[in-house]
Ligand binder design. Structure first.
Ligand code: NAP
Length: 253
């Protein structure tokens, strides 16, 4: 149910945190993986580590907010590994600040990376999957990484929450458009996992108080997402498209 042998997966935001983890997990499940982000030194190190363990991986520079960069990243990934049939649109960012203090430039930047970036990544992936015969094979897979902020208010990050709600609806809309083109689109809304995006916050008193309010009084581990991610990227998820999954250890309850 989680075998990715023969698949080629492009993962955005693979230079750190969840994206790097997803690349390792997909590789361990048999996929060739293209790691994409802006910090190419980190991507290169991650791709080499996968190579040393016997996997096929390449590093491609990508700014998800830039259309030309997105096309170039797919070109580079396909030149190195062959046609992409699976995409994990994971790259994302946050800029903290109460709405009354948030400069419009910050609001726009969050939407640009978290929403437009996900759209460009998914659109280019689907175009290529369809061109490579997804309609006939039914094997195209696109997984969008949103957040529990898509459906739950996370205090102090209004723009981030709005962007993630947009990702959830974008995923459902794209799934409807591509249902008869062999490309499944699903959305994953993880709870809090410590990565660069939130490490400073969870080291603070406020962050510790937030953890104490979670039903299990803990952060998740990145490995808590592995089963869902692999299932949604594999042939086993043939009949699942347009679904929004929450995996949050009960944090939003
Ligand atoms: P992270 O460690 O900060 O990783 C963010 C990744 O996104 C980095 O690899 C970064 O790479 C990439 N990125 C940012 N802007 C980019 C751009 N313009 N173009 C290309 N790549 C860009 O944080 P993370 O926790 O792993 O976050 C990954 C995703 O999970 C995000 O969408 C986040 O919203 C979501 N998420 C995280 C949590 C959590 O608790 N950690 C919970 C729910 C959802 P470069 O800087 O090298 O470009």
């Amino acid at each position: 149910m989680t075998d990715l042998t023969g698949r080629t997966v492009l993962i955005t935001g693979a230079s750190s945190g969840l994206g790097r983890h997803f690349a390792e997990v997909c590789s361990a499940a048999g996929a060739a993986v293209a790691l994409a982000a802006r910090r190419t030194d980190r991507l290169q190190a991650a791709a080499e580590a996968i190579g040393r363990r016997g996997g096929r991986a390449c590093a491609v520079p990508l700014d998800v907010a830039d259309e030309a960069s997105t096309l170039a990243a797919y070109d580079a990934a396909e030149a190195a590994l062959g046609p992409i049939d699976t995409v994990i649109a994971n790259a994302g960012m946050n800029l903290e600040g109460l709405a009354t203090d948030l400069p419009v430039e910050d609001f726009r930047r969050i939407l640009d990376v978290n929403v437009t970036g996900v759209f460009l990544t998914a659109r280019e992936g689907a175009r290529r999957m369809i061109a490579h015969g997804a309609r006939e094979s039914g094997r195209g897979r696109v997984l969008l990484i949103a957040s529990i902020g898509a459906h739950t208010v996370l205090p102090g990050v209004a723009a981030y929450c709005a962007s993630k709600a947009a990702v959830a609806m974008l995923g459902k809309s794209l799934a409807r458009e591509w249902a008869n083109r062999g490309v499944n689109v699903n959305v994953l809304c993880p709870g809090y996992i410590e990565t660069d995006i939130n490490a400073d916050w969870f080291a603070s008193e406020g962050g510790q108080r937030q953890i104490a309010r979670f039903p299990r009084r803990r952060l998740m581990a990145d490995s808590d997402l592995d089963g869902l991610v692999l299932h949604l990227c594999s042939d086993a998820s043939r009949g699942i498209t347009g679904s929004v999954f929450t995996a949050d250890d009960g944090q939003s309850l």
